[in-house]
Write a protein that binds this ligand. Structure first.
Ligand SMILES: Cc1cc2nc3c(=O)[nH]c(=O)nc-3n(C[C@H](O)[C@H](O)[C@H](O)COP(=O)(O)OP(=O)(O)OC[C@H]3O[C@@H](n4cnc5c(N)ncnc54)[C@H](O)[C@@H]3O)c2cc1C
Length: 338
């Protein structure tokens, strides 16, 4: 997969454009490798215009193997190591997959399509997640998966970039052609001017608050119509997500809200009494094959198409970009020369 290219670039100043999860990891690894890095973000430091703001933040390469190509698993596994190395506080409590008895065939299919899990019986599920006591006869436990809270981890990564000597400019949207540095374009969906085949895949989510349920890890409910996950957040909050709809409007439909909340209620009826804190959606940037791409040009490298795996894949993609710039390494599965 990795080839040595003839051309080698010397240590060059780097301008990363877009401070979402893709750009943040690019800036971090380049700054740590000793490059002079400036990260440009057109929004402000709240990052609310980034898709990354809306994400669940699951780092789940084994679970995602059910619906993804082996490339996602390969890069995802490498990313887990990079999260551990560069963000050692990242929680790796694993994830849990459950189904109701009538959806047993979905459960067995998921077990068959994935690896890296242990089968837990009802009492073992209760030990791991006491709030789920008696609710599921069986579960799949993926012990090595992690999750981050996007709205906390983005500022943390930005602080790490500064600590590594990088600069961040919010409210800055430079033209790549006007930059006297190697530009790494991480603009997400805004990069359609250079990638006409990039599309947005809508993901809707709801955040609720309740002190009647405590979870320590993401829980996925398999369901033929409403597969969903519930991710614990700080302050007794839970993110319930996420739909995957081939549409590019924002907002959340009544139907999606009903489905997400019904599925959460099916995981635990106490969600019926929870307070709704937020209903929102983001557009996942995706190429037609739903795989990430590093497009290499002379003065610009573009990293995009992270689809439903931005938090999972961004570290490994940054490492590959750095390997190309520093040593001319080419990963044929991810890189394209333009
Ligand atoms: C509901 C939902 C749940 C998800 N859950 C998960 C999950 O659990 N795990 C996971 O791994 N992934 C998840 N994802 C996917 C993940 O969010 C995306 O893959 C990821 O956010 C894409 O990151 P990005 O940095 O490419 O784009 P973005 O986050 O959109 O960042 C691009 C940034 O570029 C900036 N920008 C644009 N144009 C310019 C310009 N000209 N100059 C300067 N800045 C510019 C934008 O303002 C933006 O901040 C989820 C997505 C959604 C919607």
């Amino acid at each position: 997969m990795l080839q040595k290219a003839r051309e080698k670039r010397a240590t060059t100043p780097i301008a990363v454009i877009g401070a979402g999860i893709a750009g943040a990891w690019q800036a971090l690894l380049f700054a740590k490798a000793g490059h002079a890095v400036t990260l440009h973000e057109r929004g402000n430091d709240a990052m609310a215009s980034a898709t990354s703001y809306w994400a669940g933040g699951m780092l789940a390469p084994w679970c995602e193997a059910e619906v993804s190509e082996p490339l996602v698993t390969r890069l995802g596994l490498r990313s887990l190591a990079l999260w551990r190395e560069h963000a050692p506080d990242t929680p790796f409590n694993g994830s849990l997959v459950v189904a109701h008895p009538r959806d047993r065939s979905d459960f067995e299919r998921f077990a068959h399509m994935t690896s890296g899990h242990q089968r837990l019986q009802c009492d073992e599920v209760s030990k791991l997640e006491p709030s789920l006591d008696g609710r599921f006869r069986e579960a799949l436990f993926f012990p090595d998966e992690g999750h981050v809270e996007p709205r906390r981890v983005l500022p943390e990564l930005h602080a790490c970039i500064r600590a590594a000597g990088g600069q961040i400019q919010f409210g800055s949207a430079p033209e790549a052609s006007g930059i006297e540095a190697l530009a790494i374009d991480c603009r997400g969906l805004a990069a359609r001017d250079t990638f006409p085949d990039l599309r947005g895949v809508k993901g809707e989510e709801i955040i609720v608050e309740t002190d009647e349920i405590v979870l320590s890890r993401p829980v996925r409910l398999l369901h033929p119509r409403w597969p969903l996950y519930i991710i614990p957040r700080e302050g007794n909050r839970f993110m319930i997500g996420a739909t995957s709809i081939e549409r590019e409007d924002d907002g959340v439909s009544v139907r999606s809200a009903l489905e997400l909340l019904s599925a959460a209620y099916a995981v635990h009826p106490a969600f019926g009494e929870a307070r709704i804190v937020e209903i929102g959606s983001g557009l996942r940037p995706a190429f037609p094959d739903n795989l990430p791409r590093i497009a290499i040009g002379k003065e610009r490298i573009a990293v995009n198409g992270l689809f439903r795996h931005g938090f999972l894949l961004a570290p490994a993609l940054a490492e590959l970009t750095l390997g190309y710039v520093a040593r001319g390494e080419i990963d044929n599965e991810v890189m394209q020369c333009r």
